[in-house]
Design a protein around this ligand. Structure first.
Ligand code: S3P
Length: 211
C-alpha cells in the first residue's frame, strides 16, 4: 500500500487566475483623493502585465491643461463632462487597469459603463490616512478651501455609500505597496469566485505607503 499523498498539480498563480477570471474586462479603481488609486493601480497593472491609465492624467492630456487649470479656467461642471467622456473612451480601449479621479464614480452614467466593462475595486480609507497623503501635494482644487479636513469628511459622507456599490473593496492602509497589491488581487479574485468579503491588508511596517 502506498501512503504517499496523491500528486497535485501546482496551483495557478493568483495573477494568472485573476486575468483568466477577468476575461478581458478592465479593473477600475475608485475611491477618494489620497486613497492610493494611482500608486496601487500602477503596481497592480505591472503585476498583471496590463497597461495602466490614470483618468486624471488622460483628461489633462486631452485638455492640454492641468486639473487645477481646468477647474480655474473652465469650472468643475466642464471638468466633470470631460471626465465622463474620457472614462467612456478608456473603457472602450483594450483591457487595462484604470484609476479614476475621486469624483468620477459619482456620475451615474460612468457607474453604468464601469459596471458593463469592468470589475470595480473601491480603495476604502480612513480620514487620517487620506489627510496625511493629500497634504503632500497642492494639486487638488476641491481641497484648496479653508478647512480641507472638513471638506474631506463631507466627501466621505456623500461618496462612501456610492463607492460601496463597487464590486469589491479593500481597506487602504499605510503598508508597503506590494501588500496593497496582493490585497487587491485577493479581493478581486474572491469577488470573481463568488466569495464576498472585504480584504484588509495588514502589516506593521508602514514604509512605502501609497500616496
Ligand atoms: C477629484 C479628485 C481628483 C481629481 C479632481 C477632483 C474629486 O482625483 O479628479 O481634483 O472630485 O474627488 P484624485 O482622486 O486622483 O486625486
Amino acid at each position: 500500500m502506498n501512503d504517499a499523498p496523491a500528486p497535485t498539480l501546482p496551483a495557478t498563480p493568483a495573477p494568472a487566475r485573476l486575468l483568466e477570471r477577468l476575461a478581458g474586462r478592465h479593473i477600475v479603481l475608485v475611491g477618494l483623493m489620497g486613497a492610493g488609486k494611482t500608486s496601487v493601480g500602477r503596481r497592480l497593472a505591472q503585476r498583471l502585465g496590463l497597461n495602466f491609465v490614470d483618468s486624471d492624467h488622460a483628461i489633462e492630456e486631452s485638455a492640454r491643461m492641468s486639473i487645477p487649470e481646468i477647474f480655474a479656467l473652465r469650472g468643475e461642471a466642464e471638468f466633470r463632462a470631460g471626465e465622463r467622456k474620457v472614462i467612456a473612451r478608456l473603457l472602450n480601449e483594450r483591457q487595462q487597469v484604470i484609476a479614476t479621479g475621486g469624483g468620477a464614480y459619482m456620475d451615474a452614467e460612468t457607474r453604468q459603463r464601469v459596471r458593463e466593462h469592468s470589475v470595480s475595486l473601491w480603495l476604502n480609507a480612513e480620514l487620517p490616512v487620506l489627510m496625511r497623503r493629500v497634504q503632500r501635494r497642492q494639486n487638488r482644487p476641491l481641497l484648496q478651501g479653508e478647512d480641507p479636513e472638513a471638506t474631506m469628511r463631507a466627501l466621505m459622507e456623500q461618496r462612501y455609500p456610492v463607492y460601496a456599490g463597487a464590486d469589491t473593496s479593500i481597506l487602504s492602509q499605510e503598508v508597503p505597496h506590494e501588500i496593497m497589491v496582493q490585497a487587491a488581487i485577493d479581493a478581486l479574485l474572491a469577488h470573481l469566485d463568488g466569495k464576498a468579503g472585504t480584504a484588509s491588508a495588514s502589516h506593521d511596517d508602514n514604509r512605502n505607503a501609497p500616496e
